[in-house]
Design a protein around this ligand. Structure first.
Ligand code: PLP
Ligand code: COI
Length: 339
């Protein structure tokens, strides 16, 4: 096991020894391999630099109490990356090869999977870029699929302490795509407003639907879940938010492990003050409680408050994390044992 201060890791890049690379040329992916070079050398005119032809994924591997290493639902990331690739006119990386690359990568870097109980995990970042030179606006014909991993701690400072978010003055959707795929461009388009939010002391922006600006969509890096005063889980239904694997999994856990009622429906901003608890959910965020929502001079304070996570989200979080660490039995196919 590597010597790192595992309990103090934030969400930052710590290079690990191996990464997986496969290249696409003349209409086919090569066989792919683990490599040690963390750098990529490309033409200045590569499509990724000129027209941002890039998409990515994010998933995690965990150390169990017994010292095993497991990965959470990599098949779901493989599928979503196919959707992203198609939308960006890139050749999909085969789903079975994606899962196999996760296995190879995590196994090769197993010493960097943080110990059980530290709250840290190994974050895996697959991505794909258009690599050959293009100067007219058109897709590349050559691509690189790459997957690296890095040990991470909590995404938001303070871990389980609730965060404040603000309603963004901007729309989430990038002009050339929508939020339902993980395109680098969509994230680049939110950097400016995220910096503004951070500067004003907020952890994230809350994006409203661009058409009417009355419905809650998501934040820059996570979906929303809400808990009603009678203990129901409510989460926004929208075609332009990223279909979060965490959210999908939490809906299942809430219903089948905790016996909660679950509703995926349009959530109006005007309803927020009626909820008992709120959280941001995602691979990086896990479930980060939200205590306050700022809307142009007005604050909505959730009854669960800014001091500590509310009781329902706490129970959901504990159950979810126990499933991810193979401490309680997961639904069929959710846990891939690496070693
Ligand atoms: N929404 C956005 C914009 C994200 O970047 C993420 C992170 O991947 C999520 C939601 C959560 O998705 P997932 O649970 O699949 O990580
Ligand atoms: C993830 O949760 O994996 C993401 O891609 C979100 C990003 C903000 C780190």
């Amino acid at each position: 096991m590597a010597e790192l201060d595992w309990g103090r890791l934030g969400f930052a890049y710590v290079p690990t020894e191996y990464r997986y690379v496969s290249r696409y040329k003349d209409g086919a992916w090569d066989e792919g391999a683990l490599v040690t070079d963390a750098n990529i050398t490309l033409s200045e005119c590569a499509c990724v630099f000129q027209y941002c032809q890039a998409c990515f994924e994010g998933l995690k591997a965990f150390r169990t109490k017994d010292g095993d290493v497991v990965c959470f639902r990599p098949d779901q990331n493989a599928k979503r990356m196919v959707d992203s690739a198609k939308r960006l006119v890139m050749p999909p990386f085969p789903e079975d090869r994606f899962v196999d690359a996760v296995k190879q990568l995590v196994l090769a870097n197993k010493d960097m999977v943080p110990p059980y109980g530290t709250g840290a995990s190994l974050y895996i970042r697959p991505f794909m870029i258009g690599t050959n030179p293009v100067i007219g606006v058109k897709p590349a014909t050559e691509f690189e699929f790459r997957m690296f991993c890095t040990p991470v701690g909590a995404y938001f400072k303070g871990g389980a302490t609730p965060v404040a978010v603000k309603v963004s003055d901007f729309d989430r959707a990038a002009p050339h795509g929508t939020g339902h795929i993980k395109a680098g461009l969509n994230y680049a388009m939110s950097l400016y407003q995220t910096e503004l939010a951070h500067h004003e002391g907020y952890a994230e922006n809350l994006y409203l639907d661009p058409a009417t600006r009355t419905k809650v969509e998501e934040t820059g890096g996570a979906n929303f879940i809400f808990i009603t005063k009678d203990g129901k889980l409510v989460t926004p239904k929208s075609g332009s938010i990223l279909p979060s694997i965490t959210r999908r999994s939490l809906m299942y856990v809430a219903q089948h492990y905790l016996g909660m009622e679950v509703e995926e429906r349009e959530v109006y901003f005007s309803e927020l003050e009626d909820f008992a608890e709120a959280g941001l959910c995602g691979t990086a965020a896990v479930i980060s409680p939200v205590g306050r929502i700022h809307d142009h001079g007005r604050d909505i304070l959730l009854p669960s408050g800014m001091e500590e996570v509310g009781p329902v989200i706490k129970k959901l979080y504990d159950t979810y994390v126990a499933i991810q660490h193979a401490q309680i039995e997961a639904p069929e196919g959710w846990i891939l044992k690496i070693c």
